[in-house]
Design a binder for this molecule. Structure first.
Ligand SMILES: [Zn+2]
Length: 62
């Protein structure tokens, strides 16, 4: 399964991830010790991505 490292933004295979963390019911995967350390230092910074990736489901814009 392809997943995204929330710290550096890199796409990685979950089976090959260096490490993973669970935060508020979601699982995050990391490519390196450096990224895990950053996440551990401040999980809220990375564990709650902004909603700009959400697609518009209304389709009512003209
Ligand atoms: Zn990374």
């Amino acid at each position: 399964m392809k997943v995204k490292d929330p710290v550096c933004g890199m796409e990685i295979e979950s089976e090959k991830a260096f490490a993973k963390r669970e935060h508020e019911g979601r699982t995050f995967y990391f490519c390196s010790q450096n990224c895990v350390s950053k996440f551990d230092a401040d999980p809220h910074k990375y564990g709650h991505p902004q909603k700009h990736e959400h697609h518009d489901e209304h389709g009512s814009h003209h």
